[in-house]
Design a protein around this ligand. Structure first.
Ligand code: AHR
Length: 317
């Protein structure tokens, strides 16, 4: 059943016809499958939809914004009840979000934010991406305890909100700590393969013995970099400290094995809160807050990472 909504002017962007949220059809424009975390998010979203009896129309954009925009237009043409978007980059969404709004179709953003007026979407379910970078930076500040440390940084996809915000948060944490210097910073596009390639170039350019720490914007890039560090004859986690973000099973395993030092958890269950908000809104017009924030938890070698690895590895990562 396609529940139509009525657009009201002003601060309330979308107003549903009073009714019920049954037999919903929801379009989901996913970025792709660049990381273990992304694959887990896709799995969880499909599970969440199935459990709720939602007909989920899934579109994999293969990392391209133009594919996401095409998918969203197709969802609008099909008259879906709502749309979930994990936006690959932060800019360039206004036009298609206006089209969804004009069609009275609520949009929920998942895991990344956009630079667009917030009346163009119902809510955004994300972590505090700046805070994640800040926690990573603070961990490193504490870990080196005043010693000089040359840091290399693997950034996420250029123009994506996590790449922008995680960089900002990390740099904020390093402010006033002149012993820590970011000597190289380049995108690894959130992938394992690029993480390895770019880390190889860092090692070659700087000399492995001159790099004290790696900050990667996600675990997949860190895991790729671990391989590069080993191939360079160095010990990841010891010769080069490694902190990254996501807390996927392979990161817990790497920490348990002493090859990585810290990771900050990002839940792959963005769909739970996103669909809760969508269903409530479609049922009776309940307006969610504009930002539904998920938790960020730091894991270090002090945690039982082997146990967490065992627990998480069957979750579809
Ligand atoms: O937007 C969330 C980020 O996107 C995850 O940290 C990363 O693994 C993914 O590709």
């Amino acid at each position: 059943m396609n529940i139509k909504t009525t657009l009201l002017a002003g601060a309330v962007a979308f107003a549903p016809v009073a009714g019920f949220a049954a037999d919903l059809t929801i379009g989901f424009s996913q970025i792709g499958s660049e990381s273990g975390w992304r694959a887990a998010e896709t799995t969880v979203t499909k599970q969440q939809a199935e459990e709720r009896g939602i007909d989920l129309k899934f579109a994999d954009a293969q990392q391209k914004q133009e594919n996401q925009i095409k998918a969203i237009r197709s969802f609008i043409a099909q008259g879906v009840d709502g749309i979930l978007i994990a936006p690959v980059v932060a800019t360039g969404w206004d036009e298609v979000l206006e089209e969804a709004k004009d069609a009275d179709i609520p949009v929920v953003l998942m895991d990344r934010t956009v630079d667009a007026p917030d009346d163009l979407y119902l809510t955004a379910v994300t972590s505090d991406l700046v805070h994640e970078g800040n926690v990573a930076g603070q961990w490193l500040v504490d870990e080196v305890a005043g010693a000089d440390c040359r840091v290399v940084e693997l950034q996420g996809t250029t123009g994506s909100s996590p790449a922008i915000d995680r960089k900002t948060g990390f740099e904020q944490a390093l402010e006033g700590h002149d012993n820590l210097e970011i000597v190289r910073s380049q995108t690894g596009d959130f992938t394992r393969s690029q993480g390895k390639v770019v880390m190889e170039s860092f090692l070659k350019a700087e000399g492995g013995e001159n790099i004290c720490a790696l900050y990667a914007h996600n675990d997949d890039m860190a895991v790729g970099a671990i391989q590069a560090i080993k191939e360079a004859g160095l010990k990841p986690g010891e010769d080069i400290k490694i902190v990254s973000i996501d807390a996927v099973p392979d990161a817990h395993l790497a920490i348990a094995n002493g090859e990585m030092n810290a990771t900050i958890e990002l839940t792959p269950n963005m769909a739970g809160p996103a669909l809760d908000a969508m269903e409530a809104y479609l049922a009776d017009g309940t307006m969610p807050p504009k930002w539904i924030q998920t938790e960020s938890k730091l894991y270090t070698a002090e945690d039982d990472n082997k146990a967490v690895y065992e627990m998480k590895k069957d979750l579809g990562y």
